[in-house]
Design a protein around this ligand. Structure first.
Ligand code: AMP
Ligand code: MG
Length: 410
């Protein structure tokens, strides 16, 4: 199958072929960036005791009706201590932030509003309402409340919440094992000096980094030559070992682009091959059982872009992320761009936060091999097929590949 399909259709097909999510348990230190598989319920009240949120004096609010009150200091409570006394009429206790309130107390006067006269007396220059500077037991969370939801992404704050309730392990969706397999008889390893006609394998380290940004650690295979038998045995070995195999090169119309035919001969269903996008038109997506294969075009910019457009969403969907695709946001063109072609054009651009939104400056490149120029971009400008010339000032849709800075950073 090698019909040219639209970007939207390819995206839809992609998502409909991702295998069902599997569960796994990871330690709290490995949970960042993962998606929760179950609701997390509080196994205790928060706070677990009535506590002071200020350094000051614990009081009975009823004793504190005027603007200046003299109280007898009957004790001191440090954080981590349990007070073994209670407050009577006109009595106060020195108390630290986070310390439990002595019984009888229902408010705290901050230390800045207190003048200690001697060991046993303090003047409190404030009235106090019940509950002032106090966090009562269960006022934030009651035992049994759901504090994190199934399907929620675990970011730094969620790690903190899990830690609050003693969760040293957490059930999350499993990440796929990804493999990266570069093809091309002209490709040499990064440490080698390319001879005439040869080119270094820049794709594998780049795609590895893109995978690492999603929290995955890929298996990187050695480059294979453009030869049917070598291709078949490498693909078989790869599909045995990994959930998601990403090939680069060998998917176009060249005489030695064997990947599509070899995949088909191995029983891999080609879900799509060739999408109406630029760069990356020859992209291939296949599936055999629960294993997925991507054939990315070898040109470095095409490899990069098709990873972001298809491989990343596949991984994110597999991992249970609710919005697997890059979100498209509106940005204002700084300079004119043009797409006369009949494919969606994902043009590199440099986005920056401007006063009234996001400004996007197109980055000029010499085409899909020009990774050096492309590397200056932080976004892809999504130009619809045949949209023609769009003047500076036009609002366009962009995919942010990373967070832009302010405009003056240049
Ligand atoms: P292909 O998709 O195999 O036709 O390759 C397209 C272009 O990308 C060719 O110029 C290749 O030399 C180049 N290319 C293929 N694989 C890689 C790679 N792993 N790293 C850098 N460039 C590559
Ligand atoms: Mg090739």
């Amino acid at each position: 199958m090698s019909e040219l399909i639209s970007y939207e259709e390819a995206s839809r097909l992609l998502i409909s072929h991702i295998p069902p999510q599997r569960r796994t348990t990871v330690s709290l230190s490995q949970a960042l960036g993962r998606v929760l598989c179950c609701d997390i319920e509080a196994n205790q009240d928060v706070p677990a005791f009535d506590k002071s949120v200020m350094d000051g004096y614990a009081v009975r609010s009823g004793d504190m009706m005027s603007a200046a009150n003299t109280a007898r200091v009957v004790g001191e409570v440090l954080a981590g201590e349990l007070p073994d006394f209670s407050l009577g009429l006109n009595e106060a206790a020195s108390i630290m932030t986070g310390a439990p309130l002595p019984s009888g107390a229902d408010a705290v006067v901050m230390v800045e509003k207190a003048e200690r006269l001697d060991n046993s007396k303090v003047i409190l220059y404030a009235s106090a309402q019940s509950g002032e500077n106090v966090a009562f037991r269960a006022s934030e969370v009651a035992c049994g409340d759901v504090v994190l939801n199934r399907g929620q992404l675990i970011e730094a704050a969620q790690i903190g919440v899990l830690a609050m309730f003693g969760k040293t392990e957490v059930e999350v969706t499993e990440s796929p094992q990804i493999g990266i397999l570069p093809t091309g008889s002209e490709i040499v390893e990064v440490s080698e000096n390319p001879g005439i006609g040869q080119i270094r394998n820049s794709n594998a380290p780049m795609l590895t980094a893109q995978s690492q940004q999603l929290g995955l650690m890929p298996i990187v295979y050695p480059v294979i030559t453009d030869d049917i038998d070598t291709t078949r045995s490498a693909l078989e070995a790869g599909l045995e070992q990994v959930d998601l195999l990403v090939l680069t090169g060998g998917v176009s119309m060249g005489k030695h682009d064997y990947v599509p035919q070899v995949l088909q001969s191995m029983g891999v269903d080609l879900i799509f091959h060739k999408v109406a996008i630029k760069p990356g038109k020859p992209i291939l997506f296949g599936r055999r059982g629960e294993r997925l294969v991507f054939g990315l075009p070898g040109n470095p910019v095409s490899s990069f872009v098709t990873f972001e457009l298809f491989v990343r969403p596949a991984i994110r969907h597999w991992m249970g992320h609710k919005s697997p695709f890059h979100v498209e946001v509106e940005a204002c063109l700084e300079r004119a761009v043009c797409n006369e072609g009949d494919r969606d054009f994902f043009a590199p651009g440099k986005a920056a936060f401007a006063q009234d939104g996001i400004a996007i400056d197109p980055v000029e490149t010499k085409g899909s091999a020009d990774l050096v120029a492309f590397s200056r971009a932080n976004s892809l400008i999504h130009l619809g097929a045949c949209c023609g010339e769009l003047a500076a000032g036009t609002l366009v849709k962009i995919l942010l590949l990373r967070q832009p800075g302010p405009q003056e950073e240049g």
